[in-house]
Ligand binder design. Structure first.
Ligand code: BGC
Length: 412
């Protein structure tokens, strides 16, 4: 594929150019002050940005739905769910993946005869609390929860337990509760490791290191109230920290800790604002080479910030992502995002359905991890799916041939 935004080419062309490893001493105090708005201080006022806000709309649900409903194919039809109600409590519709997760679970559960009630909390903690309360009042047979805030549901979780309603944690661990039976997720530290390894490979970090050169990097990490976010950060830093330590990677903003780089409720708008501030304050004298983004939504914001700052195909950085959203896949093919992490939500839904069957009908759930996910009260028996890096080279094989999106969806 002929890709205008070819970082490898840029690196070779710029190979002789040794960038100065000095932070710009010319930063104005005002600029620094704007950057001090970290996740802690901005937590109260931020709201999740609708995908449109950064100028790039998330694809509408029907466009973004995986190409084939593999859910129905994967889950055998039957009537084990007849007369039983399952509640799916999802975090938000502002990000495409949760719409797909919900649709996949719904179709798989309905194929087994279950009645499915679904709710999206639009990243509002109180709204999710009310939705769970409402599901308990409707006397559902099982609650599947992908939390907005992993630790904010303890009271309603205790109420569900009291009412004899089992709970399954979906994608995000439910913290500080003994009311959760199982956890279906992707290997969250593994997601970070794969992002780190893919950055290492795409940026030729070993070669850059051997040549005594350096590349610049900024970090955009996930929400501090989502247990997945810190795990991803740890996986990422397991790969990249040595390069930061020896100066192969230079973060001009100095913001490398999780505390300094986490973005509340995974807000695309905040990611864009931060990126704009970083570019204005720290990248006047050299380009940003790598944006380590933990979420496709962040990557859209970063892309908008780069375009506003005048970046073009000639100096476009490596940008990671997570979820292989349709928009991200299109951007990858257009060269404005380098890669994403493909998490096949059909597969995750399938694993979760085995857990629903287990708690409702007493069958054996699929579990492959009984040690990692300690929620502060118990180690939750889990199934971890494997995350995979997707770029322009394996898009066809993974995404199109795998039936996640059609070629037509990618092209239009
Ligand atoms: C999920 C990611 C997703 C993020 C933002 C995390 O909990 O694991 O797949 O990108 O939330 O929605």
């Amino acid at each position: 594929m002929d890709c205008k935004y070819n970082f490898q080419t840029k690196l070779k062309q710029g190979g002789k150019e040794i960038k100065k490893k000095v932070l710009s001493a010319l930063l104005s105090v005002a600029m620094v002050a704007t950057l001090l708005v970290g996740c802690g201080s901005s937590a109260e006022t931020e709201t999740a940005a609708p995908a449109e806000e950064a100028g790039e709309a998330a694809a509408p649900a029907e466009d973004a739905a995986p190409a084939e409903d593999a859910g129905e194919a994967a889950a055998p039809a039957g009537d084990s769910g007849a007369g039983k109600k399952i509640a799916l409590c999802m975090p938000t519709q502002s990000s495409e993946r949760w719409i797909n997760d919900c649709a996949n679970m719904k179709s798989q559960l309905e194929a087994l005869g279950y009645e499915v009630l679904d709710q999206f909390a639009e990243d509002d903690v109180q709204q999710q609390v009310s939705q769970v309360e409402n599901m308990i009042a409707q006397n559902v047979d099982c609650l599947v929860i992908a939390a907005v805030d992993s630790g904010a549901l303890t009271t309603v979780e205790a109420a569900a337990k009291e009412a004899g309603i089992p709970i399954i944690a979906y994608d995000r661990l439910l913290m500080d509760t003994d009311a959760v039976s199982y956890y279906a997720t992707f290997d969250n530290e593994g997601v970070g490791t794969v992002i780190g390894q893919t950055i290492e490979e795409k940026a030729n970090l070993k070669e850059v290191q051997a040549n005594g050169e350096h590349l610049t990097i900024e970090f955009f990490m996930g929400s501090p109230d989502d247990n997945n976010a810190l795990m991803l950060y740890n996986g990422l830093m397991g790969v990249l920290q040595p390069y930061l330590d020896d100066g192969t990677l230079v973060c001009n903003s100095g913001r490398t800790s999780f505390e300094d780089t986490c973005i509340l409720r995974w807000s695309q708008e905040t990611a864009q604002q931060w990126c704009e501030n970083y570019l204005a304050s720290f990248y006047a004298n050299e380009d940003l080479d790598i944006a380590a983004s933990a979420f496709d939504g962040f990557s859209y914001g970063i892309k908008a910030a780069l375009e506003n700052a005048g970046y073009t195909a000639d100096n476009w950085p490596i940008i990671s992502g997570q979820d292989a959203e349709l928009m991200a896949c299109k951007n990858i093919m257009a060269g404005t995002q380098t890669f994403s992490i493909y998490k096949d939500t059909r597969l995750l839904a399938e694993k979760c359905v085995t857990m629903v069957e287990a708690v409702v009908n007493g069958t054996e759930p699929e579990i492959n991890d009984e040690t990692t996910y300690d929620n502060g009260v118990l180690v939750v028996p889990s199934y971890l799916c494997t995350p995979v890096s997707v770029d322009a080279d394996n898009m066809q094989e993974l995404i199109v041939d795998g039936g996640y999106y059609t070629q037509d969806q990618l092209d239009n």
